[in-house]
Design a binder for this molecule. Structure first.
Ligand code: 3EB
Length: 339
């Protein structure tokens, strides 16, 4: 029988990092782990963060809610910063944040992804933050041909290759992740890793992505459905209208949204059942990032999420979800204690 998963009990339950979607940068730059900007205007973002030395990236995805916001990750204690292996990074006593933010390499997309992820792994070892908790992957033309595959499938093959030993221990080692297509700009990969391990979670309604059958690509996507952090927040991966391993409700945005909410509920409920961390349900979602393929769907989705999760901070992004039939994808952070 599998043993019950456990979080290290050597850690405090005070949050060691957190995210806000805010209109302006906070006043205390020494607390910043990274700043991510979204929209059409990379120059405006560069000016906003010009005066501070913080890992950053701009992602070419238009924001759909009325007020443009920055994604700001902060630490309750001052951070140290550095640069190595193509990553800018910042860390406190518990977590490391790394940002890879580079133009697409003429030498080829797949080689670049493999090199970025090999560097990521080396960085975890060198910095002594061995436990990968959460990764975001953004790049343009996610559906474009890449040899005999599409770019997303090439991405999955390169990531799986570079993460080798982690893929071999998928159920405990792979982090929560998002991989979403932008409308231009750089290959952006940013991650959090911990001194202490989190707990990788799956969704009982879905086949684990790392076990998807070969029809979705030669290497399965290397991610967990969520990570419960050592400080007991649930970092939920990009979640879509997928049951088992198949896309549901083609061309039906309202039904895809309800199926996605059902998946988010299931990840939270099964985590609570196994881990007893005080999560009650969707109402515990503090932050949501909502990726929409069509801007015209914004009003409907915002209205529905306003009913279901009225207290959540939301960022709505116009983006290409990695399967062309999927119209939306939602990721989030859930916590039983407001932070
Ligand atoms: C899915 O469930 C939808 O390849 O890192 C969501 C989150 C998706 C992360 C990834 C892909 C990834 O398969 C797509």
């Amino acid at each position: 029988m599998p043993t019950k998963p456990k979080l290290s009990n050597a850690v405090s339950t005070l949050p060691s990092f957190g995210v806000d979607y805010v209109e302006a940068l906070p006043r205390l730059p020494s607390s910043l782990l990274c700043v991510i900007g979204f929209g059409d205007d990379a120059g405006a973002f560069a000016r906003q963060v010009a005066d501070i030395d913080v890992p950053r990236a701009h992602v070419a995805m238009a924001q759909l809610q009325p007020q443009a916001r920055l994604e700001v990750w902060t630490s309750p204690t001052p951070v140290a910063r550095g640069h190595a292996l193509g990553f800018d990074y910042a860390y406190n006593d518990e977590v490391l944040c790394g940002v890879y933010n580079h133009p697409l390499d003429a030498a080829g997309f797949e080689a670049q992804v493999e090199s970025a992820y090999s560097s990521l792994r080396r960085l975890l070892i060198q910095t002594r933050f061995p436990h990968l908790l959460r990764v975001w992957n953004y790049f343009p033309d996610i559906g474009k041909a890449c040899g005999d595959l599409d770019r997303y499938k090439c991405f999955c093959r390169a990531r799986a290759g570079a993460l080798g030993p982690l893929v071999a221990q998928a159920a405990t080692a792979l982090p929560a992740a998002s991989a979403v297509g932008s409308h231009g700009g750089n290959l952006v990969i940013y991650f959090f890793a911990g001194i202490h391990a989190g707990c990788q979670r799956e969704n009982p309604r879905q086949v684990s992505a790392y076990r998807y059958p070969p029809k979705y690509g030669p290497r399965s996507p290397s991610f967990a459905r969520a990570t419960l952090t050592p400080d007991r927040r649930l970092l939920i991966s990009g979640t879509a209208s997928i049951v088992g391993h198949e896309s549901r409700h083609l061309d039906d945005l309202p039904a895809q949204l309800e199926e996605t909410l059902e998946n988010l509920r299931a990840v939270i409920a099964s985590t609570e059942a196994d881990m007893r961390v005080g999560l009650r349900g969707l109402a515990d979602l503090r932050q949501l990032k909502v990726y929409l393929r069509h801007a015209a769907d914004y009003a409907f989705v915002a209205q529905r999420l306003g009913e279901v999760v009225p207290a959540a901070q939301c960022l709505y992004l116009l983006a290409d979800v990695c399967r062309e039939e999927l119209l939306l994808e939602i990721e989030g952070v859930a916590g039983s204690v407001p932070v």
